[in-house]
Ligand binder design. Structure first.
Ligand code: PHE
Length: 462
């Protein structure tokens, strides 16, 4: 059965959906997470595996998620429940929706803290705080910020309020208006790449990013690359599914997905190309960790002509990009509260924001009071491994590398193996037999087998 629209509203055009989904995809994942994870994992080989995951796993699953969302036209929890009922399947498939909501809360909790760092850097950049700092100076500045829980709490709270304000206003006047600001962010990044190219270390950055050293690749590297692909495309937790539920029945799912995936990948690569030349030029190490962009970029802004303006603009755009992503992290849970618990939207947004805000305290303290890793040692395949970390590290690892790929796997299995081919074909509406066959094949075989193999490899079982 084809539903015309969701009770929460509908995007005013296909273009707005593309903007919204790109807004969800492009965020801290591209500009903050991608460079630091690539840096910690040796660059080239990691980047190539990440790109392969984007194409073979990310793109087909994004299409599947949008297809589900548009067919169910409700929050992911209810979409999964309704479609299972319609297709005569077990109710347990509703678990996919719940898994996504849980992942959304955990991601939002730390995402907002990192977005808070970015907010604070807007004011530092504008106030000229980077002038004359060397590598140790910028690192000192970053460490002073993250080890000050009260300051982090203030920025985290502010950012969460910004999210609640948008989500409370609903699809048309909240989400839709917010995403129209995203495009300048891409432009701002281009400027930074231009500067990096002029720094003489550009080729070093290029070879770090694209020259693979396969000897460094472990099962964990592959898992991290796949996790990054899911995280950056906002897949596996229902964000793209719910955005799909606000998409008109006439829009092409293939074209919109391809556009979103290309834009997202372009921004991540641009961010890498902007950051690594600066890393090498200033004698820093690529494996700096979560502070990487907050340590490298201020140095570039301190030196470049007009750095005060560009620096401020850049961090402002980073906040905007983070903002259009985090609203999509809230939306699945908010829509469910409205559908099933009878809350009005503003109240639902306050509840979801409040819970994520509270969970975020764990991340804030991960950089000061609770910075000692917690966990245990486990022997897998004859190798002793420490499992654990700070609360921030665990939240990030658990969501990106386990919950999102697991959600994606279940979505691929549901659409590929459990729904009837007719309903899938009808909703996806590809207008080409060959394309449909190719997509269906990848979704049924390549993507799930790939995810499973990567999971098995990560725990040394193969
Ligand atoms: N894709 C976003 C980013 O790259 C993060 C995100 C993950 C958003 C999952 C929604 C869902 O920053």
């Amino acid at each position: 059965m084809r539903r015309e629209s969701s009770i929460h509203g509908q995007w005013s055009s296909k273009l707005v959906f593309i903007l919204a989904a790109t807004g969800s995809a492009v965020g801290l994942g591209n500009i903050w997470r991608f460079p630091y994870i690539a840096g910690e994992n040796g660059g080239g080989a990691f980047v190539l595996i990440y790109l392969a995951c984007i194409l073979l796993i990310g793109l087909p699953i994004m299409m599947a998620e949008i297809t589900l969302g548009r067919r169910g036209r409700q929050s992911p929890i209810n979409t999964m429940a309704t479609l299972s009922r319609e297709e005569g399947l077990h109710r347990a498939w509703g678990f996919v929706g719940w898994l996504g909501v849980a992942a959304g809360f955990i991601i939002l909790s730390y995402y907002s803290v990192i977005a808070g760092w970015s907010l604070s850097y807007v004011f530092r950049a504008a106030g000229g705080a980077f002038a004359g700092l060397d590598a140790d100076g910028v690192r000192g500045m970053f460490n002073a910020l993250v080890s000050d829980p009260e300051r982090l709490l203030a920025w985290h709270t502010l950012f969460m309020i910004m999210n609640v304000l948008v989500v409370a206003r609903g699809v048309r006047s909240g989400l839709e208006k917010a995403v129209k600001f995203l495009m300048p962010a891409l432009f701002g990044l281009l400027l930074l790449v231009g500067y990096s190219m002029s720094q003489g270390h550009f080729m070093e950055g290029v070879s770090f990013l694209f020259k693979p050293d396969w000897s460094e690749v472990s099962g964990d590297t592959i898992l991290l690359a796949m996790g990054q692909a899911f995280f950056t495309l906002s897949l596996g937790m229902g964000a793209i599914m719910i955005y799909g539920s606000y998409l008109s029945s006439r829009a092409s799912i293939l074209k919109t997905s391809a556009t979103v995936v290309s834009a997202d990948t372009a921004v991540a690569l641009l961010a890498g190309l902007a950051i690594f030349p600066i890393v090498f030029a200033s004698g820093l190490a690529p494996g700096e960790g979560p502070g990487l962009i907050f340590i490298t970029l201020p140095m570039a802004f301190a030196e470049m002509p007009g750095g005060l303006l560009f620096g401020t603009l850049f961090f402002l755009l980073l906040v905007t990009a983070a903002w259009t992503s985090s609203i999509s992290l809230m939306e699945p849970a908010v829509a469910w509260l409205v559908e099933n618990r009878g809350f009005d939207r503003p109240m639902a947004a306050v509840i979801v924001g409040g819970i994520a805000w509270f969970l975020g305290l764990g991340t804030i303290l991960s950089f000061s009071l609770w910075s000692n890793p917690i966990g245990f040692s486990l022997t897998i395949g004859g190798e002793a491994t420490f499992i654990g970390g700070t609360l921030f590290e665990m939240a990030d690892y658990l969501t990106s590398n386990i919950m999102l790929p697991l959600g994606g796997l279940l979505i691929a299995l549901f659409v590929g193996w459990r729904m009837t081919q007719r309903s899938v074909e009808d909703e996806l509406d590809l207008h080409s037999r060959v394309l449909f066959k190719a997509w269906y094949y990848v979704l049924r075989f390549a993507a799930p087998v790939g995810i499973l193999l990567i999971f098995l490899k990560a725990v040394n079982l193969i």
